[in-house]
Design a protein around this ligand. Structure first.
Ligand code: GLN
Length: 539
């Protein structure tokens, strides 16, 4: 079959789960026996998500090949159970950068290079390349933002151009929101009608509308959408609020989205199914007993709202591991700065079954995190440190067990007498010259485990591969001393040069990794370290 393309755009407002909808569409098509990949387009100028603050943008998701991407790529990986590569992520900045570079290299053969068609053409080339590389039957392309914005117009133009060129290979789905104003008490379709008109004005008529709302659509709403938005009634698909996002593919299937899409392309259901997924959702719903996990971090607040988006992969990894242990995770956000203001508050950590210090940057809240780690180590509270959470655990151990007073990382204190964490050799010049975009130690690297470690027991294999995103590292000058004082080096790079995992022995669970295991956790394949961590937490 010729490759098929499904563009997904958003209407009415952002934040209604377009990424998860794309991932769910992909999951469904996989379950019909097709090969699927997914692309995320972000309309901002940033070349990648790596230079943005997580409260601004949400988590930066790292791919195996070292790209710093949008969190939706994480959703695709988790739903499709597939490693997504850098080719599947683009931003306005990235697209323009390559158009300009090509112009400088005379690749346009003396032509005047114009915004249209050259920019959308570059977008199309990228989409086709990603589809080719993944050898996929279906490529789902999520266009960031909502229709009617200036920012994503060129991407919609790319969709229009592709559809005009190969009308039988391209469809467009609008994910929209249908409010039920509390004083009116009725689901309103008008904002969606307006969004469809905005989309129409770009030359695109959607084939399906996924209707996000508090509840499923009724017949009256379906009819209205059919009449006013130019779609068959059955192509208005209910997308009601759910308790777990993993239920969404099953919900879409209640309206037979999968077969309707196949029909649109003239394709057949190849008879696979969603059984594994159905079982997962059953387990999620049946897991009633709770496990309480505290996440000590700082990227939580935006105005009056708490943002869990900053740590989405960590949250999902905890959930996967908890469900695998038949528990319902209860997550609590702990702002480490509170412990700096009032150390007596540390005692509240006893309430939790386990504590995680996730990745982070800079100096805000650091002393509070170190205090929290100390409390976990001394009180036998299961602790999982991720990246910065590993560097800070090293500092804590150096200060309070090895007696290296004021040990630190240069990221926080350049003049520390004991830089137990130091700048990676190849980062020194980059930091000095401020070449900060896309220059960290990024992506997958192999790690060899110490057979005598909790980590080895968890993974059940000696060599693993995990994803990284950092500029600083464990300083080998202190390795011998810290080991003598009882710290266990549980994993290193194959040449034994980089410390990748530390553990504190004789503790319920104290494991901290320089890499980010959370990126590789999948709902049907929970990450071994998270699984062991949860096991310890409930023991
Ligand atoms: N700030 C630390 C570093 O750059 C840790 C990074 C992280 O937690 N992702 O090395």
């Amino acid at each position: 079959m010729t490759p098929k393309y499904i563009f997904v755009a958003g209407g009415v407002m952002s934040g209604v789960g377009k990424g998860v909808s794309c991932a769910s569409i992909g999951k469904i098509l996989q379950s019909k026996g097709y090969k699927v990949t997914a692309i995320k387009i972000d309309p901002y100028i940033n070349v990648d998500a790596g230079t943005m603050n997580p409260t601004e943008h949400g988590e930066v998701f790292v791919t195996d090949d070292g790209d710093e991407t949008d969190q939706d790529i994480g959703n695709y990986e988790r739903f499709l159970d597939q490693d997504i590569l850098s080719t599947n992520y683009m931003t306005t900045g990235r697209v323009y950068l390559s158009v300009i570079q090509r112009e400088r290299n005379l690749e346009y053969g003396g032509k005047c290079v114009e915004v249209v068609p050259h920019v959308p053409q570059e977008v199309i080339n990228r989409i086709k390349k990603a589809s080719e590389l993944a050898k996929s039957d279906f490529t789902i392309i999520e266009i960031g933002g909502t229709v009617g914005e200036y920012q994503n117009i060129l991407f919609l133009e790319a969709a229009r151009m592709m559809r005009t060129e190969t009308p039988n290979d391209v469809i467009v789905i609008l994910v929209s929101y249908l409010p039920i104003p509390s004083k009116i008490g009725e689901m309103k379709t008008k904002p969606t009608q307006t969004a469809v008109r905005a989309l129409n004005s770009t030359g695109i008529f959607p084939d399906f509308i996924l209707c996000r709302a508090e509840v499923p659509l009724d017949e009256v709403r379906k009819e209205k959408l059919a009449t006013f938005c130019n779609i068959p009634k059955g192509n208005a698909i209910s997308a009601p609020d759910v308790d777990t996002i993993y239920e969404i593919p099953l919900n879409f299937e209640k309206d037979e989205l999968g077969n309707r899409i196949l029909e649109k392309f003239g394709l057949k259901d190849k008879g696979k199914d969603l059984k594994d997924w159905e079982k997962l959702v059953e387990v999620i719903k049946a897991s009633k007993e709770k496990v309480n996990i505290g996440i000590v971090g700082k990227y939580f607040a935006t105005g009056n709202f708490t943002l869990s988006d900053s740590y989405i992969s960590v949250i999902e990894a905890i959930k996967h591991a908890a469900w695998a242990n038949n528990r319902q995770p209860v997550l609590c956000w702990i702002n480490s700065e509170e412990y700096e203001k009032d150390p007596a508050k540390l005692a509240e950590l006893k309430k939790y079954d386990g504590i995680i210090v996730p990745g982070g940057f800079g100096m805000r809240g650091i002393e509070g995190k170190i205090q929290a780690i100390k409390y976990c180590r001394e009180n036998n509270i299961p602790y999982l440190g991720l990246c910065y959470g590993m560097q800070l655990a090293t500092i804590e151990f150096a200060r309070h067990v090895a007696g290296l007073e004021n040990a630190n990382t240069p990221e926080v204190d350049e003049n520390t007498p004991y830089p137990v964490v130091h700048t990676m050799e190849d980062q020194i010049e980059k930091i000095k010259t401020k070449k900060m975009g896309g220059t960290m130690r990024l992506g997958a690297y192999p790690c060899v485990l110490n057979k005598d470690s909790v980590s080895y027991k968890a993974y059940g294999q000696k060599e693993i591969s995990e994803r990284h995103r950092h500029r600083y590292e464990f300083n080998n000058q202190y390795r011998k001393l810290l080991e003598e004082k009882g710290l266990r080096i549980a994993g290193t790079s194959p040449d034994n040069n980089l410390v990748e995992i530390i553990e504190v022995p004789n503790h319920k669970f104290f494991v901290a990794t320089q890499f980010h295991p959370e990126f590789k956790s999948r709902p049907l394949k929970p990450h071994p370290l998270f699984k062991e961590f949860i096991k310890a937490a409930i023991s």
